[in-house]
Design a protein around this ligand. Structure first.
Ligand code: ZN
Length: 100
């Protein structure tokens, strides 16, 4: 299965989880974050090769990040993943307003 997971769309369809694991700078820091391939596909496109995504570690800043695709099994269906949360930002702009 691993050989054909060359796109985020396929990984999403087969219910894989993408883990980004930091390899650190000099010494490994070991930080791991998990993502849903479908969430990443909405941003980077369904055809994007998951192994070519560029991550950087939020802990140590390293860009040496290993991409791991795993399929949660039946006994382990609850996973903690990072998901995008869209925040609405209101910008207040001064402009002329005529009352009467
Ligand atoms: Zn790190």
């Amino acid at each position: 299965m691993t050989g054909v997971l060359d796109s985020l769309g396929k990984a999403a369809r087969h219910n894989y989880i993408l883990i980004a694991e930091c390899r650190g700078m000099g010494q490994p820091c070991g930080r791991r974050s998990s993502f849903l391939p479908g969430d990443l596909a909405e941003i980077y496109g369904a055809g994007r090769d998951p192994h070519r995504l560029r991550f950087h570690c939020s802990e140590c800043g390293s860009k040496r990040v290993k991409i791991i695709l795993i399929k949660p099994d039946e006994r382990n269906r609850d996973v903690i993943v990072k998901r995008p949360r869209k925040r609405q930002v209101v910008e207040w702009v001064e402009m002329r307003y005529r009352i009467f």
